[in-house]
Design a protein around this ligand. Structure first.
Ligand SMILES: Nc1nc2c(ncn2[C@@H]2O[C@H](COP(=O)(O)OP(=O)(O)OP(=O)(O)O)[C@@H](O)[C@H]2O)c(=O)[nH]1
Length: 347
């Protein structure tokens, strides 16, 4: 009753039980962020503390109607939700069936009839499904489920606002602010990942001689070129890769884990697609591309610096080309002798 006096709307009370201050604290934590990526993580961490949850997955739709999983966490021990494990091997190309398919098409909360332990929550606006949240729960009574769906509704409201804030107004791709926060999260997740032969990659792409396009055809045409180039790049990427407008006529792409030859092939495909595209009035445009792996224990400034250096080499090598940053061991080199160290080379 002491709590009841604090709230003007008595209909909220049953939902906010059993632990009202904890729920409100979770809401404050979850919404004190400036990127959807960070909010997903805060949201999952807070849900794991509030409810007996086994795992939370974020499933995003692609243009083919499949779902991909950019983020998943497991809670191996319900008594110790702080032992949350972030999964770094995303599921891809999930064909939605059953309750998940209904959740996507009807955009309404679903729980499959055959299993009472999974919930699917859509996060959408009038025109667009942002993601489906898949929650595997241990046990949850009706009051808890009600609270959970209200927290999800608040999460959804913030996702919609943040999503708009993360887009570049001219090209519609992610903006520099989104890039800064997402590359920091990738660098952190790579630090915790097991070593393997696949890396995340950073690609920096810069339009060649763009100043001449502005000077010759005017800024409006220049703007249109940027919009079209962003579209060509986006349409060439795989579903879990992300494109950002880094600034001016420079774009950045975060490539989800793959081997070097795949990253190079993708960069080359983008370069070729832009070169062979037809742009109104301007006709032909080319791009220079720098590519760098995101290694374990790397800092964001180093990652960006290396991709930028590779891009610089591509420009210096005559533009319209891809260069990969490669670090090779070196030292005092004599015949047949190589000591460990770091020499920056480009291929
Ligand atoms: N139309 C338009 N132009 C922009 C925008 N942002 C930056 N620019 C222009 O992009 C041009 C970039 O020129 P530079 O940095 O000299 O590079 P560049 O001419 O592409 O030459 P290289 O990169 O060396 O091949 C400048 O003229 C900027 O004014 C934008 O949003 N719209």
């Amino acid at each position: 009753m002491a709590q009841a006096a604090q709230y003007n709307n008595p209909t909220l009370l049953p939902a906010l039980q059993p632990d009202c201050p904890a729920v409100l604290n979770a809401m404050c934590e979850m919404t004190r962020v400036d990127s959807t990526e960070l909010m997903r993580r805060r949201f999952a961490e807070n849900l794991a503390h509030l409810f007996p949850i086994a795992s939370i997955s974020f499933l995003t739709p692609d243009k083919n109607g499949r779902l991909n999983e950019p983020l998943r966490c497991q809670v191996p021990n319900a008594q110790q939700p702080s032992t949350l494990e972030w999964e770094n091997r995303p599921r891809r190309g999930i064909v939605p069936t059953g309750a998940l398919a209904r959740c996507v098409s009807e955009q309404r909360h679903q729980f499959p009839a055959h299993s009472q332990n999974i919930d699917y929550f859509p996060i959408s606006d009038d025109t667009h499904l942002f993601e489906v949240i898949e929650i595997h729960r241990r046990t949850l009574d009706a009051s808890c489920r009600d609270t959970l769906s209200r927290i999800l509704a608040i999460y959804g409201n913030f996702v919609r606002i943040l999503h708009q804030q993360e887009l570049d107004a001219l090209t519609g791709v992610y903006n520099r602010g989104a890039f800064d926060s997402q590359i920091a999260m990738v660098a952190q997740s790579v630090r915790q990942a097991k070593p393997g032969d696949e890396h995340w990659w950073l690609m920096m792409l810069d339009v060649d001689h763009f100043k001449q396009i502005n000077d010759r055809y005017g800024h409006l045409i220049g703007d249109e070129v940027l919009l079209l180039i962003a579209r060509v790049i986006r349409n060439t990427l795989r579903t879990l890769d992300r494109i950002y407008r880094y600034g001016g006529e420079e774009f950045a792409v975060l490539l989800s884990p793959c081997q070097a030859h795949n990253a190079l092939a993708l960069a080359e495909r983008i370069r070729g697609k832009v070169e062979s595209s037809h742009f109104p009035q301007v006709e032909h445009i080319t791009l220079s591309v720098g590519l760098a792996p995101i290694d374990r224990f790397d800092h964001v400034a180093n990652i960006v610096g290396r991709a930028d250096q590779a891009l610089y080499q591509a420009k210096r090598g005559g533009r319209n080309q891809v260069r990969e940053y490669v670090a090779r061991p070196t030292g005092p080199i004599g015949p047949g002798l190589q000591a460990p160290g770091a020499l920056e080379l480009f291929s």
